[in-house]
Structures are given as structure tokens and as C-alpha cells.
Design a protein around this ligand. Structure first.
Ligand SMILES: *Cc1c(COP(=O)(O)O)cnc(C)c1O
Length: 457
């Protein structure tokens, strides 16, 4: 039987949108380490977590055994507005690179938030609404998560308070206005409106903020305001669960044509898009049914997997959140101001951290200028203007394809194209003007932050 000719875009029918999320933890022999109470260092109980997070999400967070979680109908209906997302065969890029490799990408930028974050935002807003809450608080770095959450909250009639890292608030006024269009209130972080914000401002006057600071502020407001809970756009097990919709769709589409990827590549900030994309493939790998190479790509300026340590650490700068065991650079690490805001987090999803520690996936880091070279090549060949975060995956995929060109191997490469870069033109401008820097932290710098990790025995 000859292989069916593969179209440029493999679309699924609406009826093929997943009706369940796949929980990769069910198939992991070594489960991700539990979140710990920062005071007692004991595993966080459901009751403790419920002070911060919605009840159903706490249940999802703690469940290492249930393989499939049915997606509630209201979330499925929302998914129909922008899913299924296309799986694209990058014929034009292959041709440009003159590679024998077959390159596919799963494009998650086809919604107003411009990224995959909407997949989890609608789920988290849904459970908040179901619990009868008035609203949610969150942080946003580059702004994609805040935008996604504002959209989901507007749809469900929930209030949404966003703490936006100050440097992004100032550099990306249009992101802020999109959030306000969807009814969210947006506060630059660190701010004077919270205790932790005032403390950080007193200690670091003039700071432009970090995701870790913004998380602390959002948690403080959620815990102190009746009818509010905190929601997080990445890192947590529940977020990877929701993002499995990306991987399940991608696998369904590839299976239609009998295509099996050799290498699966994704950028990794907190790990949610990569975790979601690889979930069903990793499941097969864990069950011994198939083998895939899986590669996480991170910025050289914020290299949590490639140069961090696997240890318990705080998820936020203010140290109010539970401790998570993860690959981390230290919770007070503030990366050089690179332009991939969504990849500037000091830690990594506990699920991905465990998989990486078990040798089930690889990680590479790439410097910023190379990322923008890849972004531009991609924009010129495939047409889509990629987000800087997504361009890390593009860069690694191109590297793989060029290796195939040298070796003559006809490998199949799948990568996650997480979003579009329309709000990142200041970064593109710096690149075009040759003003982009490639700062990479030294070993000595990283050691300083590592020395301040909490001591957990
Ligand atoms: C947030 C974001 C990322 C990184 O977050 P993960 O949780 O690691 O997926 C990557 N790409 C885009 C476009 C984003 O908005």
C-alpha cells in the first residue's frame, strides 16, 4: 500500500476534537514529586491546596492514577470555537532547507490570545465558575496567559485580576488593552497593592519585575479576597493535563496518515505546551509500545533543564506558594531581559522534570539571536509570524532537519508552534537593527542562586 499523499494541512473534523484529557502521570513509573507545604515540608493536602486553587483543579492536580479525564461539555463547546488546531506539513520549509526530513508542526496560535494557553484557561475558569466563585487572579509575563484567561473569564462571566510583569506592562501596552477589552483588570507587578509587592519594591527599587513576583502578588490577593482563587498558566500538573488536547489531536491527525514522528520538539518555559504535545506519545513510550526522541528547547539565558538542579524550590519569589520538586535555577533568579517572556520562568513542570531526570527526554538551549534567525526564516517560508517562544522550537527543528540533510536520513520531525508574534515586534525590531544581545549567565552566577535553594531533607 502506498502512503496517502499528505496534505499541507491535516485538519480534523469537529467530531474528532478530544472528549477527554490524557493524564500522562497514570503511565509514569516514577511519579512527579508532590508539592510540599512551605512551612511543614509535608505534602500539601487537598484541603490546604483548596485555599488557593479551585476544588476540581486540586483533585486533578493530585491525581496520579486516573488516565482519562472527560472534558466537560461546556469546555468542549468552547474548544469548538478555535479547535481543532491545524497540523501542518512544512513542505515549504523542507524545500528551503533542502532536507530529506519530513517536518510537521501543530499550530496553536489560531485564536485571539495567540497561543496554546487558552486550552487551560477555559478549563480553569470553568471549574472556578462551577464552584460558584466570583473571580480569579493570576500573573502574566509576556501577556499570552493573561489574555487567554481574560477571554475565558469573559465567556463565563467571571472577574479576572491580572498581575502583569512590569517590563511587559510597559513594553506591550497593546497586550494590556486586549486584556481590558475582555474585561480584566491589569496591574503592573511588583505593585503597591499587595504586601509582597511592597516588600519586593522596598528591597529592589526600580525592579522591572519577574513572573515569580507576579505570582506572589496574585496568590496574596486570591487568598485574601472572598470568592476568589488563584489560577496558573503553566508548570502545574493540571495545566499539562488540559494541554494534552494538543498532543491527542496531533496524534489523531498523524495516525490518519500512518505517520510516526521520530523526534518531537517543543519550547519549554514552565513546560505546559511541551508536556501537552508529548503526552500521548510519552504514554506509548512509557508503556513500551513505541519510542520517540523528545526534545525540550529553552533559552540559553534561562536554562532550567540544561543547567539547573533537580530540587525542591519555591514556585514564586515571595515564597508563599507550595514547594515543587523541579529543575530550577532558584526562585530569585531573574533572567537577562530576553524577548521570550513566556520562557523566563526559573523552574520547570514537575512532570517534565521527572521525565527528564529519568532520561525519557532531552533538553537543549539556544541563544536568542539564533532563535530570531530561525523565526525569520520560518516567517518567510511558512508564512506564519511566530512568537519568540515558539521560535525556540523552530530553531531546534531546523537544526534537526539540517542534520538529516548531512546524513541523508529521512526522519520525521514534529514540533509545537505555540503561538504568533504580533505583539513581539519590538523584539523583532531589535533583531533587525542588530541590537539583540545573547547574554548567557555564568556558572558563578548560577551557583549564587543555587546556594539559596531551600534545604529540604
Ligand atoms: C507561555 C508560552 C510558552 C511557554 O509556556 P509553556 O508552559 O512552557 O508552554 C510558549 N509559547 C507561547 C506562545 C507562550 O505563550
Amino acid at each position: 500500500m502506498t502512503a496517502r499523499e499528505i496534505p499541507y494541512k491535516i485538519y480534523l473534523d469537529e467530531s474528532e476534537i478530544p472528549t477527554a484529557w490524557y493524564n500522562v502521570r497514570a503511565d509514569m513509573k516514577n511519579k512527579p514529586a508532590p508539592l510540599l507545604n512551605p512551612g511543614t515540608h509535608q505534602p500539601m493536602t487537598a484541603q490546604e491546596l483548596s485555599a488557593v486553587f479551585c476544588e476540581d483543579l486540586v483533585a486533578q492536580e493530585l491525581d496520579n492514577d486516573t488516565r482519562l479525564f472527560p472534558i466537560p461539555q461546556e469546555i468542549q463547546d468552547f474548544y469548538r470555537m478555535y479547535r481543532p488546531s491545524p497540523l501542518v506539513r512544512a513542505y515549504c520549509l523542507e524545500k528551503k532547507l533542502q532536507t530529506p526530513a519530513h517536518i510537521y508542526y501543530k499550530f496553536e496560535g489560531n485564536n485571539t490570545s495567540g497561543s496554546h494557553k487558552l486550552n487551560s484557561a477555559i478549563a480553569q475558569a470553568y471549574y472556578a465558575k462551577k464552584q460558584g466563585l466570583k473571580g480569579v487572579t493570576t500573573e502574566t509575563g509576556a501577556g499570552q496567559w493573561g489574555t487567554a484567561l481574560s477571554m475565558a473569564c469573559a465567556y463565563l462571566g467571571l472577574d479576572c485580576k491580572v498581575f502583569m510583569v512590569k517590563v511587559s506592562y510597559e513594553q506591550k501596552p497593546f497586550r494590556r488593552e486586549v486584556m481590558r477589552t475582555y474585561g480584566a483588570s491589569v496591574t503592573p507587578s511588583p505593585s503597591e497593592t499587595t504586601q509582597v509587592g511592597r516588600k519586593i519594591l522596598a528591597e529592589h527599587p526600580g525592579t522591572t519585575g519577574s513572573l515569580g513576583c507576579a505570582i506572589s502578588e496574585a496568590v496574596e490577593v486570591a487568598v485574601g479576597t472572598p470568592g476568589y482563587r488563584y489560577v496558573l498558566g503553566s508548570v502545574l500538573n493540571q495545566v499539562l493535563l488540559h494541554q494534552s488536547v494538543i498532543g491527542v489531536e496531533a496524534k489523531t491527525a498523524l495516525d490518519k496518515y500512518g505517520v510516526k514522528p521520530d523526534v518531537i520538539i517543543g519550547c519549554a518555559g514552565g513546560g505546559s505546551n511541551l508536556g501537552g504535545l508529548i503526552s500521548p506519545f510519552m504514554g506509548e513510550k512509557l508503556r513500551g509500545e513505541a519510542d520517540y526522541r523528545i526534545v525540550a528547547v529553552e533559552p540559553a539565558s534561562c536554562p532550567s533543564l540544561t543547567r539547573g538542579v533537580y530540587a525542591y524550590d519555591f514556585c514564586d519569589t515571595g515564597m508563599v506558594c507550595p514547594l515543587a520538586k523541579m529543575y530550577t535555577l532558584g526562585s530569585d533568579f531573574i533572567p537577562a531581559p530576553n524577548h521570550a517572556g513566556g520562557l523566563r520562568y526559573h523552574g520547570m513542570s514537575p512532570i517534565l522534570s521527572q521525565l527528564y531526570d529519568d532520561g525519557l527526554m532531552e533538553a537543549v538551549s539556544v541563544p536568542q539571536t539564533r532563535v530570531f534567525e530561525a523565526a525569520e526564516l520560518f516567517a518567510r517560508t511558512e508564512g506564519i509570524l511566530p512568537a519568540p517562544e515558539s521560535s525556540h522550537a523552530i530553531c531546534a527543528a531546523i537544526d534537526e532537519a539540517l542534520k538529516c540533510k548531512e546524513s541523508g536520513e529521512e526522519k520525521t520531525i514534529l514540533f509545537g508552534l505555540t503561538g504568533t508574534g504580533y505583539f513581539d515586534m519590538v523584539a523583532y525590531e531589535k533583531f533587525h537593527d542588530g541590537r539583540m544581545d545573547d547574554y548567557v549567565p555564568t556558572d558563578e552566577e548560577l551557583a549564587q542562586f543555587r546556594a539559596r535553594l531551600p534545604k529540604i531533607d
